[in-house]
Design a protein around this ligand. Structure first.
Ligand SMILES: [Zn+2]
Ligand SMILES: [Zn+2]
Length: 360
């Protein structure tokens, strides 16, 4: 079928809306008409080196139009959020940790199905897609069944897209991995969309100290409205010193959403004994360094992908909190019509919005 997709024609370039051919879903795939898709830092990162032509986008939500012959979990008309895909048969998938699937990179970042084919083509030539199981910068996607999560039809799809990646990542890092007990302290580095999701999750968990660290004063002010008890503007103050004043014996938990070397070091060193640092930010490949004595007192540093979530279980729960008004992330989103994708990316890069969402 003919669809409209935002095609990345050269790495690092802008996106061009093109009439693109999309195959019918295979037996284990689902055709989804996209209602909204968030734009995530990972899209911007991959746009600099992903083999072109390509269709990116991985925070899609929409309505199922057709399903493959072996699909049982969704039916035409169902509303779905889309998330990462996984093989479903490796030990990590079978024990409920698909975010660490042995085939995660190949399935989510390979640009093609495992057999080398692509559902997308332009003028008869294949286009790289299947990005995180979907490629949602398009009016329609062919997603794997494992990447789609049926959700409550009463929830307006406009703001659902970002739940599948950024919001799941931030909230899942807290709810699924760090699991702070009531009364504990946490510092969240980076108050963008992922950081805000972590801040809300920490507040819901009952953390008595939730410190937000960022260089953007407006984001810090917003962080307070989501439950941060303290804010540290690291553009004007020494964040290590400021954090010591907030938690003189160190934080029980810290979470880094920035993927920056210097920030990671500060984050680890802000921990108290037995403290845990969750690393969820994605940045350029680089070394992380700190004095070995800084983790000798029982501190743990753990990497977290996709909030360590089982999306089929976690996303409906997160959306229940959203529907109940306890996870009010729609406030930080700015909607753009699909055709204004390049403007949305520019605004996101300039910090004019915490979360850009494309609507169709
Ligand atoms: Zn697997
Ligand atoms: Zn993402």
């Amino acid at each position: 079928m003919r669809i409209t997709a935002a095609v990345l024609e050269t790495s690092g370039g802008s996106f061009a809306l093109r009439e693109t051919e999309l195959e019918e879903p295979r037996p284990d795939e689902v055709l989804v008409r996209v209602s909204s898709t968030g734009i995530c830092g990972t899209d911007l990162e991959f746009a600099t080196f992903f083999p072109t032509p390509a269709v990116l986008g991985h925070e899609g939500a929409g309505v199922v139009e057709r399903v493959g012959s072996r699909v049982t979990s969704v039916a035409p008309g169902d509303h779905v959020a889309m998330s990462f895909t996984s093989c479903g048969t490796c030990p990590l998938c079978l024990t409920g940790s698909p975010a660490y699937c042995r085939s995660f990179d190949a399935l989510n970042f390979g640009g093609r199905r495992p057999d080398g084919s692509s559902a997308l083509s332009l003028d008869g030539a294949p286009v790289n897609g299947h990005f995180l199981g979907q490629s949602s910068f398009a009016t329609h996607v062919v997603a794997t069944e494992r990447a789609v999560v049926p959700i409550d039809k009463n929830i307006d799809l406009t703001h659902v897209g970002p739940f599948g990646c950024g919001l799941q990542t931030g909230a899942g890092g807290v709810f699924n991995v760090l699991r702070p007990s009531p009364g504990s302290s946490i510092a969240v580095f980076g108050a963008g969309a992922v950081g805000v999701a972590a801040i809300i999750a920490a507040a819901i968990s009952g953390c008595s100290v939730v410190a937000a660290v960022d260089v953007n004063a407006a984001k810090l002010e917003a962080a307070r409205s989501y439950g941060a008890t303290h804010t540290v503007d690291s553009s004007v103050s020494d964040s290590a010193e400021a954090l010591r004043e907030i938690a003189p014996h160190g934080f029980d938990f810290v979470i880094d959403t920035t993927g920056r070397q210097d920030v990671l070091r500060t984050a680890v060193e802000a921990l108290g004994p037995l403290g845990r640092c969750g690393v969820i930010g994605v940045g350029p490949s680089q070394e992380m360094s700190f004095d070995w004595r800084s983790i000798l007192n029982g501190r743990t540093v753990t990497g977290i992908i996709g909030g360590s979530s089982l999306p089929q279980v976690f996303l409906p729960r997160l959306l229940d909190l959203y529907a109940a008004g306890r996870f009010p992330v729609d406030r930080m989103m700015t909607s753009y019509p699909f055709e204004r994708i390049n403007e949305a990316i520019a605004d996101l890069r300039a910090g004019k919005t915490a979360k850009a969402v494309l609507t169709f």
